[in-house]
Design a protein around this ligand. Structure first.
Ligand SMILES: NC(=O)c1ccc[n+]([C@@H]2O[C@H](COP(=O)([O-])OP(=O)(O)OC[C@H]3O[C@@H](n4cnc5c(N)ncnc54)[C@H](OP(=O)(O)O)[C@@H]3O)[C@@H](O)[C@H]2O)c1
Length: 264
């Protein structure tokens, strides 16, 4: 991966921060995308200016894909790798799930990744190392209570991934994957636990976090670092055995092969 150029969205903290570190450790140069310019500058400082470049953009802005691509091409060069990781995970009972929650997750997990990939496609297809990783979730594989908007969006993200894998076919140099962790110990998970515990006297945030850990097949929360390593390994090794990698298995396993059957 020496010298490969990667765009990582949501690189200011959590899983994206870990992905940026794992890619940089394998020799990639990384465009760090998120809104918080100060945090991005700190991450770029950790990785070194020659390796990482901050790009402060609100990915919900209509011109975000063009701005990200322009920053990448100007500061680093055409991208070889795109990791669509930025996102939020609002939780609420279905009847209290607002249009604003639905819009946010559809923008961040579906529209923006779709549009960013479409903008980067010519560069990615031209690269011998072209790799896309979509940060999906086990919420894209099954339904979880109190996250109807998020679960909907993550299922759609897997839909994009599978459609593009089918369109590329197995002969293309460009590879596309989705990774599906269960609950990971990051701000998103702790925020969801806080929201679910709010106003309840029978369950604390720590109780909810323990229940989330127990919902993972692994029986514990993933760490951001292990998800970062799994993403970097996909980019480095570019396996051909599948598209959707379930990380909540020991060892992680592809849950499907590229679908090349005719539409119907
Ligand atoms: N944590 C889990 O349990 C878990 C499990 C499965 C999948 N995932 C997925 O993993 C991904 C990362 O989650 P995480 O847990 O690392 O979350 P996190 O710690 O909250 O980090 C989210 C990242 O997304 C960025 N972001 C959010 N809204 C943005 C916007 N409008 N424009 C640009 N950047 C934005 C944030 O940066 P700024 O705030 O600086 O913009 C931050 O860098 C998400 O797609 C999530 O769905 C997480």
């Amino acid at each position: 991966m020496d010298g490969a150029i990667a765009i990582v969205t949501g690189a200011s903290r959590g899983i994206g921060h870990a992905i940026a570190h794992s890619l940089a450790a394998r020799g990639a140069r990384v465009l760090l995308v998120a809104r918080d310019a100060a945090r991005l500058a700190a991450v770029a400082g950790e990785l070194g200016g020659a390796t990482a470049v901050p790009c402060a953009v609100d990915l919900r802005a209509p011109d975000a894909p063009e701005r990200v691509l322009a920053a990448c091409r100007d500061r680093l060069g055409p991208p070889d790798i795109v990791v669509n990781n930025a996102g939020t995970a609002p939780s609420a009972p279905f009847e209290r799930t607002t249009d604003a929650m639905l819009d946010e997750v559809l923008d961040l997990h579906v529209r923006m990744p779709f549009r960013l990939l479409r903008a980067a496609w010519p560069d990615l297809r031209h690269s011998a190392a072209g790799t896309v990783v979509q940060l999906a979730s086990t919420a894209g594989l099954r339904g979880y209570a109190y996250t109807s908007a998020y679960t909907t969006a993550k299922h759609a993200m897997l839909g994009t991934t599978r459609a593009l894998a089918a369109e590329l076919g197995t002969a293309a140099a460009l590879r596309i994957y989705a990774v599906c962790p269960g609950f990971v110990d990051t701000d998103v998970t702790r925020g969801a636990a806080r929201a679910l515990a709010a106003g309840r006297t029978d369950r604390s945030e720590a109780d909810v976090l323990r229940s989330m850990a127990a919902m993972n097949r692994l029986g514990r929360l993933h760490t951001a670092a292990e998800v970062g390593e799994a993403v970097a390994r996909l980019c480095a090794e570019r396996p051909t055995g599948g598209v959707v990698l379930d990380l909540d298995r020991d060892p992680p396993a592809f849950v499907d092969a590229p679908d090349t059957s005719p539409p119907g």
